[in-house]
Design a protein around this ligand. Structure first.
Ligand SMILES: C[S@@+](CC[C@H](N)C(=O)[O-])C[C@H]1O[C@@H](n2cnc3c(N)ncnc32)[C@H](O)[C@@H]1O
Length: 473
């Protein structure tokens, strides 16, 4: 739930930690996941003593409303009594949260500014893990997931990654692995100064601490990023309105119930508005239906286009490298993020304006048309091709071009989804079938986005044609 560096930057979440101001974080809606989930079993063997331990450490009560139990998705948190909307169900003081401040001073002194907060927190985890029972955090650290228990794509084998090659998540995973590796080599010399603790530390260990313990369960905080014991046992529901809030005045993190809960019901929060791609990369799971799914598409100006240089120059002059339009769509040069086109109050929202502008430029067939666009931009807000082209048939052509790209991508996605049926191993293990299901959820979600875009484009091309043709020039 930490920051990530998805291309879109949409996922710059270290987990969205709201500074508390509205008492109840958002409007009240009922979460779909939580409706039917009740306590499977209190994890009596190991978890009955966790909250009392944390409360002793904090010197204050953390929650009288919740208990830890097992869910279909590992540990989870359940209502131990009736909860009402607006109840503050847990409060975790900052001083029982783990951050880079917990780094031993000797180790800290060897870490340069080039080492990021996440890497530093990962070292804290590794250190406390190595201390074993002697760690003052042992009851918490021992409950963090082990390597092999999580399914973030950075842990997928090459064959498994092949299942998602169609999605931009494939490249994001490659980039992420490279980034973690780079950080590991940067900190390794410092760690080697403490052979008694970090003896023979391997990239794999660092990667686990980085991704397992930190990225999937740390929140952005004033200290960079922090692990919030107990709060991080809460599972995710994309429709929940409850999130983790920070109260800087009281120096604690808290969660407010976004609805009523019956005793023993699983309590869920929303980690953020994350697509399945983000959820797999950072958390190692997907939702069967995720309304935040999105697709990265790249559109290139063909090499054989005689106006290529002129178009590139024009785009560079008028389009900033990264643009966020009013609908929250982000894009950079020739790469665009599209979301599901929904009908909002009967009015369809459409595709990102920047993508449509790009297509309009792409469709120009003479230097004069490009000059006209440049003049129009200069006479307006400086942005290129934000309005329908005056030439109606060109406008349709631009959108047909997008439609053909969407159609091609749709076919490729359909083929990838179909080929998942062929993915099997002699004894199809639980891990592979789980990851296959995640790949399916991801691809199906992205396909849904593409299909909605195609439908919108088809409609635009059909319904707009007469209007454009009737007002030439
Ligand atoms: C912050 S932890 C939540 C506690 C976790 N279940 C545990 O056992 O410690 C986040 C992890 O829980 C699991 N998880 C949370 N919500 C989920 C969901 N809706 N579906 C599947 N897995 C989920 C994923 O493994 C995720 O990486």
């Amino acid at each position: 739930m930490l920051l990530g560096a998805r291309i879109t930057n949409l996922w710059c979440f270290q987990r969205p930690l709201c500074t508390k101001s509205p008492r109840l974080c958002a409007k009240l809606t009922f979460s779909s996941l939580s409706d039917s989930k009740v306590l499977h079993s209190i994890d009596a063997d190991c978890d009955d003593d966790f909250l009392p331990w944390l409360e002793r450490k904090a010197g204050v009560e953390i929650s009288s409303f919740l208990s830890i139990g097992k869910s279909a998705y590992g540990r989870s948190v359940f209502a131990s009594q009736k909860l009402r909307t607006g109840d503050c169900i847990l409060k975790v003081p900052f001083d029982v949260q783990l951050s880079q401040d917990n780094l031993r001073p000797k180790i800290k002194s060897l870490m340069g500014d080039e080492i990021g907060n996440v890497a530093k927190l990962a070292i804290v985890i590794l250190f406390e893990q190595k201390m074993g029972k002697d760690s003052e955090w042992a009851p918490y650290i021992s409950r963090l997931p082990q390597a092999g228990e999580m399914h973030n794509t950075i842990f997928w084998s090459e064959d498994e990654l092949d299942m998602i090659r169609q999605s931009s998540l494939f490249q994001e995973t490659v980039n992420k692995k490279a980034q973690i590796e780079m950080e590991f080599w940067a900190i390794k010399p410092a760690l080697e100064s403490f052979p008694e603790v970090f003896n023979h530390i391997k990239l794999k260990d660092f990667m686990c601490a980085y991704a397992l313990a930190v990225e999937s369960r740390a929140w952005r905080s004033t200290k960079g990023v922090s692990l919030i014991p107990f709060a991080d046992f809460l599972n995710h529901d994309g429709l929940s309105e409850a999130i983790v809030l920070n109260d800087e005045d009281k120096q604690l993190s808290e969660v407010i119930a976004d609805r009523n809960y019956a005793p023993k019901e699983e309590v869920l929060i929303r980690y953020g508005n994350f697509s399945n791609a983000t959820l797999i990369l950072d958390f190692g799971f997907t939702l069967p239906y995720n309304r935040h799914d999105e697709v990265q598409i790249q559109i290139k100006i063909p090499d054989h286009d005689p106006l290529r240089e002129m178009k590139l120059e024009l785009l560079q002059r008028h389009c900033l490298p990264s643009i966020k339009d009013i609908n929250g769509f982000k894009s950079s040069k020739d790469s665009f993020t599209i979301k599901e086109v929904r009908s909002a109050g009967g009015k369809r929202k459409g595709l990102p304006i920047s993508l449509r502008a790009f297509a309009r430029v792409l469709c120009c067939s003479s230097p004069q048309e490009l000059c006209d666009l440049a003049v129009e931009a200069a006479n307006n807000d400086g942005r290129l091709a934000r309005r329908p082209l005056r030439n109606g048939s060109q406008e349709i052509l631009a959108h047909q071009l997008l439609l053909s790209q969407m159609t091609q991508l749709t076919e490729e996605y359909n083929a990838s989804i179909k080929s998942l049926d062929l993915v099997t191993s002699p004894s199809m293990c639980k891990r592979l079938s789980l990851r296959k299901q995640m790949a399916r959820d991801l691809l199906i979600g992205e396909l849904r986005v593409l299909e909605s875009a195609s439908a919108w484009l088809e409609n635009y091309c059909t319904t707009s044609a007469p209007t454009f043709y009737s007002c030439p020039g």
